[in-house]
Design a protein around this ligand. Sequence first.
Ligand code: NAP
Ligand code: HSE
Length: 436
Amino acid sequence: MNKPLRIGVAGLGTVGVGVVKILAERREFLAAASGRSIEIAAVSARDAKKDRGIDLNGVRWETDARALASAPDVDVVVELIGGADGVARELVEMALSNGKHVVTANKALIAQHGVALARVAEQRGVALNYEAAVAGGIPIVKALREGLAANEIASVVGILNGTCNYILTEMEATGRDFAEVLKEAQALGYAEADPTFDVGGIDTAHKLAILASLAFGREVDFDNVQIEGIEKITATDIKFAKEFGYKIKLLGIATRGVDGIAQRVHPALVPDGSPLGAVSGVFNAVAVRGDRVGLLVLEGRGAGEGPTASAVLSDLIDIARGLVMPPFIVPTSHLKAPAKEANGGHDSAYYLRFSAIDRAGSMADITRALAQGSVSIERIVQRGERKEGETGRMPVVFVTHATDEGSMRAALKHLSQIEEVAGKPLVIRIEDGESR
Ligand code: NAP
Ligand code: HSE
């Protein structure tokens, strides 16, 4: 057998511990599959005394993770610390510059500095692999880089954040509130160190920008992702959506346009029985439309120790087998410059929810405002009971027919001028959930 592949693991949290466990438990099989054994030479984390439930006997502990980048006994640096900058970025830059392969699960780093890092990797002839950075255990990077490479991709649509999908699913199933379920997702190891990255849509945007680059052959363009999170979604919205035959999902959508790429992250109502509507809990799904393959949907666990470590190991096995590929499918010199699609506006039906004063004539004023914006209504629901002679506030929900963004903006402006409408309406797009 060939000489072992020696790795240095930086970060021993949810993912790092998962990687150490798989390496210990599947040692022989991994060696047979890779043609050489994969051995941990050194590790690093903040707290050397923490009991992590793993055996690190005989493994060197580095107090400063950056030491792994120049350690002579480390062939591959496995970066599992996180963060677009700071130690993680320094470690990866140093390791690549020193001619060491890098495997990382860090989507923030790849979304913001991936192309610059890929240039260094290419110059040094080493791998920069990041399967675990997108959609946890789903091998979507490999699918785009290898299996779908012959296709011209038209769109990539995904549920890309396990924490958000877990929260939305649990809120629907149990009626529990947002904050309580978020705490649970954190305890399960799904959430980012700063969970506002999850619920605010930033984590999904990081992943979407990476997928869009792989799918469309352009440099990663995180700055041009339009981002909206799930913070404003309430149990009431989830209930209304259910009643209408929909689920609420946080989607990442990237489409190829005539002059560039449109990238957006936002909550959406998707039909209950559609491929994306059926994805629940911590599961993610990615739907890719290719000109030769048609629609392809991959679904699997998007976060957590096992699925993410599984993806890290697949990258390590590739390196152990001697596979070094351009990190973004084509060499960085072939990637087109980022370009935002000028006409990224997109027709869809909308769900609108707001609170309105329940008195004679209010509904007529509201529907008139929507008509002034040329928005046509498919369904209206007004809930609550009014006693004789009382005026109160009621949640009102409208489902519109498909309309363009400009018309919807105009309708919302008219709506904001009506005194019966309190506060800003919640507006959620209705998407088809990647139906065949
Ligand atoms: P985590 O549980 O918070 O673990 C982070 C680890 O990094 C900890 O072991 C911590 O040390 C260590 N660390 C922090 N600062 C350090 C420093 N300056 N030097 C050395 N070590 C340092 O995070 P995680 O969930 O495993 O996530 C790791 C990476 O994987 C992130 O990029 C994340 O976005 C990505 N990811 C996570 C998941 C998931 O489901 N969790 C899925 C896909 C991708 P201590 O333990 O001593 O505090
Ligand atoms: N916080 C991320 C999520 C981890 O919930 O999807 C996986 O990337």
